[in-house]
Design a protein. Structure first.
Length: 323
């Protein structure tokens, strides 16, 4: 549970493990959690500030998507052994009083929290609806070795775009070049990253899938062409800041270059999740899309895994598996 609200960078001491017996509610479902999704968005839900979902209260279970297996059911639509996906929260066992909003799954694959889940839907909406890349255009994806970014990169390539990606460190940059086939990569930890971005976009940038914000976003905005599009998915550079960073300093370019910048939140698009999962699943099966993930074992690793996730050492979708 959330023991105290984080002040700046999230810490292990902001959380506490508690053991609470949970009998199955009348007419409800009791399920055992198998996998938990670790997402940067969770950090925003821990602050007491307005957002698209209410903040997690101190003393409440931390909000999280997960996959669980039904162990006991008093609801006619669910039976023991069913695999379900929903907001399990950070707990080993979940009580589902109202199954509305929960999905029944064909298997326990961790990909159903990644490319075949909310992660894939996020990339699909942002890249398809907002960036809308056309063949030959240049698309820039920040945090491209992360969960959403690695899917967004692949969708842009399938659309025939020239893809420039950013990531932190040689290992991630190599993955983007060698396994995801991007056309150019910018290591944002390099001292000359701004020069590398300029050199990688000689004809400018037509669309940006923004996951980071801050100086990287400003530099990409400087490189954008007239009539460009920006899908504002996340601004992770400021998630652990006590005061969110101002900017971008070059905001006026949205006007002079007639750029469309649109923020979006995936929970507004859950009515399209089944269609997205079917489309991306077919691409995965055909070998045109690949799931990238990092799976950490054990419920006791949950807090340190989340805290460490902001160091960006993992690749792709980050999942804690409870076995």
């Amino acid at each position: 549970m959330l023991a105290q609200r984080p002040h700046g960078r999230v810490r292990d001491s902001d959380f506490a493990y508690v053991d609470v017996p949970q009998p199955c509610p009348g007419g409800g479902v009791r399920a055992r959690t198998r996998h938990l999704s670790i997402d940067p968005a969770t950090r925003g839900w821990l602050d007491d500030r307005p957002s698209y979902l209410p903040p997690v209260g101190v003393g409440e279970v931390v909000r999280s998507l997960g996959i669980a297996v039904v162990e006991e059911s008093r609801h006619p639509d669910f039976a023991p052994g069913d695999v379900v996906r929903g907001f399990t929260g950070w707990r080993e066992e979940v009580l589902i009083e109202d199954p509305k909003g929960w999905d029944r799954l064909p298997d326990e694959s961790t990909a159903r929290l990644g490319i075949l889940g909310m992660t894939g839907l996020t990339a699909w909406v942002g890249m398809g609806d907002i960036c809308a890349p056309r063949a030959g255009e240049t698309v820039f994806v920040s945090a491209a070795a992360g969960a959403v970014g690695s899917v967004a990169v692949q969708l842009a390539r399938l659309a025939g775009a020239r893809v420039v990606a950013s990531a932190g460190g040689p290992r991630k940059c190599a993955l983007l070049l060698d396994e995801l086939g991007v056309d150019a990569v910018v290591d944002h930890r390099a001292d000359d990253w701004a020069d590398r971005l300029r050199d990688a976009t000689p004809n400018g940038i037509d669309a940006v899938f923004e996951n980071v914000g801050g100086a990287l976003m400003e530099a990409a905005l400087d490189r954008m062409n007239n009539g460009g599009r920006i899908a504002l998915c996340g601004l992770i550079a400021g998630y652990n800041d006590v005061v969110r960073p101002p900017g971008p300093r070059n905001f006026g370019l949205l006007v002079t270059k007639r750029i469309r910048a649109e923020g979006f939140v995936v929970v507004d698009h859950t009515d399209r999740a089944a269609r997205c999962e079917a489309e991306l699943g077919a691409q995965v099966e055909a070998g045109r899309l690949h799931a990238f993930e990092t799976v950490v074992e054990g419920f006791d690793t949950l807090v340190p895994t989340f805290v460490g996730s902001f160091d960006a050492g993992h690749v792709g979708k980050l999942v804690v598996s409870l076995g």
